[in-house]
Structure formats: structure tokens, C-alpha cells
Design a protein. Structure first.
Length: 175
């Protein structure tokens, strides 16, 4: 799994770097040379899509997704685990629905064969990142479910913005 972990991180990093670099080049071309690349905005959107759909999986893996779990955190380990299992199962159902829909959508786009406006690439070749991203996210939720069922963890580990904010405030007060 380390290979997949690193692959996700590399894809997200490279897409962010590519978006930033291409946007910088486009700004320089536009405002310094009064020209530009007709396809830059479209390609930036493609990079963004890859970053988002791979980032969903990464977010599940590292617990970066926001969740409303204040009440769940107050529960004992047993009920907390049961609620977490239910949340993961419902998340997997959601992922299943969206994965199925995205596969159907990409299939229809393949059949139609529409290209991007400014790039000679068929849309389905980029849109395939949708089912790939949801499949990766489903895989990550299965990992979380496995950890819950085997007792390796007793809850979902979601982002805790309130705790992070309090920590930052305390650090700021200390300086």
C-alpha cells in the first residue's frame, strides 16, 4: 500500500505544481507579451480534476475530511466503533452509487466521442479520473472499515478544526 500512498501524494503534488506553473506562464504571456495559450485554462481544469479526484482518496487515508462527530467523540469505545462502522458503510454505499454513475457517464462520453474545445483530446479520456477517484476512495473506506472491524481503531479519524484552531491560538498566545 505504500506505493499507492506515495502515488497519490505524487499525483496531487504534480498536479498542483503543473496548475501553478501553467497559470504563471499564462499570466506572463497575457500581461507581458499580450498573447496567451488558448488551451491553458482547459488544461488547468484537467489538472485540477485529477488533483481533486485523487485527493478524495488521500483525504480518507489521512483523515482530512470534515465530519460532524462531536457527539461521537464523547461516546465510549464500543458505541463509537458501531457508529463509525455505520458511517463507513453509508459512505461506501454513497461511493458505490457515484462510482456506478460516473462509469455510466464516462461510457456515454466515450460513445459520443466529444473532444475538448481547445485540446484534441476526447473528454472521456480525462473524465475517466472520476470513476478511478471514486474507486480509490472506496478502497480507502474499505481499509478504514477493516481497521474498525479488527479493532485497530475505534473511530473514524476526521479533521478536528476546533482542536486545531485552539492549538494554534495557544501557540500564538505563548509567543
Amino acid at each position: 500500500m505504500k506505493i499507492l500512498d506515495h502515488l497519490e501524494e505524487w499525483i496531487i503534488s504534480l498536479m498542483l505544481l503543473a496548475m501553478t506553473g501553467l497559470t504563471f506562464v499564462q499570466v506572463v504571456l497575457r500581461y507581458v507579451f499580450d498573447s496567451g495559450l488558448s488551451w491553458a485554462h482547459e488544461l488547468t481544469t484537467v489538472f485540477f480534476a485529477f488533483m481533486i479526484f485523487v485527493g478524495m482518496s488521500y483525504g480518507v487515508r489521512v483523515g482530512a475530511h470534515i465530519g460532524v462527530d462531536a457527539l461521537v467523540r464523547l461516546m465510549r469505545a464500543g458505541p463509537r466503533r458501531a457508529i463509525s462502522v455505520l458511517a463507513v458503510v453509508l459512505s461506501l454505499v454513497y461511493v458505490g452509487f457515484v462510482l456506478t454513475g460516473s462509469i455510466q457517464y464516462v461510457s456515454k462520453m466515450h460513445d459520443v466521442g466529444i473532444e475538448f474545445d481547445d485540446m484534441p483530446i476526447e473528454r472521456w479520456q480525462v473524465l475517466i479520473v472520476m470513476p478511478i477517484g471514486y474507486a480509490l476512495m472506496g478502497f480507502r473506506f474499505l481499509q478504514v472499515l477493516f481497521n474498525l472491524l479488527t479493532g485497530r481503531t475505534d473511530s473514524l479519524h476526521l479533521a478536528d478544526e476546533a482542536a486545531d484552531a485552539m492549538k494554534l491560538k495557544a501557540e500564538g498566545d505563548a509567543t
